[in-house]
Design a protein around this ligand. Structure first.
Ligand code: P6P
Length: 339
């Protein structure tokens, strides 16, 4: 029988891993957990409320906002504002950073980047959606926190994780000492440790990519897709193609079962679609901490320079051996291109 441990108990217990911790990060993770329970409540009854569908507005990405996008964004910002441990919130839904200037927060030492409801276009069709978060220590120590406090490399993350609102609601996070998963027990309203020390299989048999864009993919990606489809029992090929269209859901399945998720660049989108700050960096931190690999097809995601808040990056993420195989084909392609 799994030892019963709530997220709060676990966070406090692990606080000892950080000798100088005075509880701020613990409280910040708690604040994110609280907001996710509120969002979960609305996601789970979205069909019963006038909270489905388009809000008739667009976000900074130019994407139509769902009513739940706006609701989730407001809940996480409110929780971080009232928690007092965060001096800036950078949301995928907002063009600019949101400084938290209250007396208690303006000297807080952490900044949070968040995608409050990723994959939200799937809500109306009951497909799992997710929240993705990233926590950095602010660099600026005197004066108000600023944009540079958010534009940090992924290697600077103090913590990162996601919440998946699926057949069950789970919170999965890392503080750089492994990955742990917590399942929400609605009967007590607590996230309980259900997946301790998560490790992604080194090799999997699932590949996740939107093959509808095949003709626009780089040659190396086309070559990898064909590799996935070749019959070879010794490497469990052909792999299964699984693509939900909700990154947190695809990534969570691959974390547990093994697999690779690819959102590559195309001629019309040379940096791909996914956001480096809000999606690629936090999920790369989680996957690396679980023993996997994450790159843009050539370079490690966590090492990429972050120059703009909403910059995008191609991403190859998942089981180490599968990402390495895809990278090899991208290198071959680049060598061909440079010849
Ligand atoms: P496409 C959702 O909009 C998202 O940001 C990710 O969650 C998902 O993996 C991807 O975009 C889906 O994009 O172009 O395949 O529909």
């Amino acid at each position: 029988m799994q030892e019963f441990k709530t997220l709060g108990q676990f966070i406090i217990e692990k606080q000892a891993d950080f000798p100088y911790a005075k509880g701020e990060l613990s409280r910040l993770l708690r604040d994110i957990g609280i907001a996710s329970k509120i969002v979960n409540r609305e996601v789970n009854k979205a069909g019963l409320m006038d909270i489905l569908g388009n809000a008739g507005t667009t976000n900074i990405q130019g994407e139509g906002q769902q009513k739940l996008d706006i609701y989730a964004n407001e809940q996480f910002i409110a929780a971080l504002r009232s928690g007092g441990e965060c001096c800036i919130v950078a949301s995928e839904e907002n063009e600019h950073i949101i400084p938290i200037n209250s007396e208690i927060s303006k000297s807080a030492k952490y900044v949070v980047a968040i995608d409050p409801l990723d994959g939200s276009s799937n809500i109306d069709v009951n497909v799992p959606v997710g929240t993705i978060f990233s926590i950095y220590r602010r660099k600026s120590m005197d004066g108000p926190a600023e944009l540079a406090d958010v534009l940090q490399k992924g290697t600077e993350q103090v913590a990162a994780g996601y919440i998946i609102y699926g057949s069950s609601t789970m919170l999965v996070y890392t503080t750089g000492k492994g990955v742990n998963g917590f399942t929400l027990d609605p009967s007590i309203g607590e996230f309980c440790l259900s997946h301790p020390d998560m490790q992604i299989p080194k090799a999997g048999a699932v590949y996740s990519i939107n093959e509808g864009n095949y003709v626009h993919f780089p040659q190396g990606v086309k070559q990898y897709i064909k590799y996935c489809q070749v019959e070879d029992k010794s490497t469990r090929r052909p792999y299964a193609s699984r693509y939900i269209g909700s990154m947190v859901a695809d990534l969570h399945r691959n974390l547990i079962k093994g697999g690779i998720f690819i959102y590559p660049e195309t001629a019309s989108a040379p940096n791909g679609k996914l956001r480096l700050v809000y999606e690629c960096n936090p999920l790369a931190f989680v996957i690396e901490q679980a023993g996997g690999r994450a790159s843009n097809g050539r370079e490690r995601i966590l090492g990429l320079d972050v120059s703009e808040l909403h910059q995008r990056s191609p991403i190859f993420i998942g089981s180490e051996e599968m990402v390495l195989a895809a990278e090899e084909m991208m290198v071959e392609e680049n060598q061909l291109v440079t010849k």
